[in-house]
Design a protein around this ligand. Structure first.
Ligand code: AMP
Ligand code: MN
Ligand code: MN
Ligand code: MN
Length: 301
């Protein structure tokens, strides 16, 4: 809400005034449950000043979001974003691109390749699940996705509708998680390809939710070494649902590996435990990723 004048202040003062940043969220253009308009209205209600929409492998939400902000005169700054799925070793690593030019050719061609992979993988997931007694599950998931990027979250919703599990963690544990019946190993691009496309689009690359890959700290460090050498700029350090010790640890790692820090709710839908902008702050001495574009703005003015 206060962004319009807060961002004119020097960085140290602006952080003192607590600009509220939430730099990771989803709409119905991927697996979020809220439309662009609903999500933006909610972000304003929650007093977010700087807000990034980061749908899975698509930037389809950005143009309508900008238009809605303008027509409704919403008091928030939108950061154009995307969350790109990549493959590293046997893990699926998500890389968020922030402050990107959504019309950049390198980025749009990477995203269309990723979208094709999503479609092909969804058909395969459907086949595997059909073999295991879930006839028509692909059609059901596809109907839930409508024209959005289809994700495992759509299959999760379809399976929950059939009563096989009560919630997302349950259905991923049983059917969709790594090495489970409905899991199809991904063929996503590698980290360097995603980072290069983000850079080509003038954006900053952020390693998404490093605490959620179910890997040991040894592997996490190995990932950070690779990510850094692939040109990664930043990593997410703060998420709403996270032990303070994890946040502290990720903050330390960011400094060790020379990465800027980001914070985001990864909001998909309202729940009692997760909300836009909730519990988002960086540990002391962490450098916010927003320095990059705030520095650019400063340089321009
Ligand atoms: P995909 O990008 O198609 O592999 O789908 C991944 C999406 O499914 C994530 O962005 C989450 O929204 C959701 N998801 C993945 N794993 C889990 C999990 N264990 N519990 C809940 N949601 C999950
Ligand atoms: Mn998701
Ligand atoms: Mn993710
Ligand atoms: Mn996400």
């Amino acid at each position: 809400m206060l962004y319009l004048y807060k961002h004119l202040l020097p960085l140290n003062l602006s952080s003192f005034l607590l600009i509220k940043y939430d730099l990771h969220s989803h709409t119905t253009h991927s697996d979020g449950h809220l439309t662009v308009e609903q999500l933006l209205n909610r972000a304003v209600e929650k007093n977010i000043d700087v807000f990034a929409i980061t749908d899975h492998d698509t930037v389809a939400a950005i143009t309508p979001a900008k238009a809605f902000i303008e027509t409704e005169n919403l008091p928030l700054k939108l950061i154009s974003g995307v969350e790109i799925s990549t493959k590293w070793e046997s893990f699926e690593i998500h890389i968020v691109g922030l402050n990107i030019d959504i019309n950049n050719n390198a980025l749009t061609s990477l995203l269309s390749a990723q979208q094709q992979k999503r479609d092909e993988r969804a058909i395969e997931i459907g086949k595997r699940l059909a073999k295991n007694g879930f006839d028509g599950i692909y059609e059901q998931a596809k109907a839930l996705a409508e024209n959005a990027q289809i994700t495992r979250a759509h299959f999760a919703r379809a399976l929950i509708e059939r009563g096989v599990a009560k919630n997302f963690p349950g259905v991923f544990k049983k059917y969709l998680g790594r090495s489970k019946t409905g899991y199809v190993p991904s063929n996503w691009c590698d980290m360097q390809t995603a980072i290069s496309a983000i850079h080509a689009a003038g954006g900053v690359a952020v390693l998404a939710h490093p605490g959620r890959y179910q890997m040991s700290n040894k592997w996490l460090r190995k990932l950070l070494v690779q990510y850094k050498s692939d040109g990664g700029d930043a990593m997410e350090v703060a998420q709403p649902q996270q032990a303070p010790t994890e946040r502290q640890f990720l903050g330390q790692l960011s400094q060790e590996y020379g990465l800027l820090c980001s914070q985001g709710s990864d909001f998909h839908f309202p729940t009692s435990y997760l909300e836009l902008g909730k519990n988002l702050y960086l540990p002391k001495d962490c450098q916010g990723v927003w320095q990059v574009w705030e520095g650019q703005e400063g340089a321009l003015s």
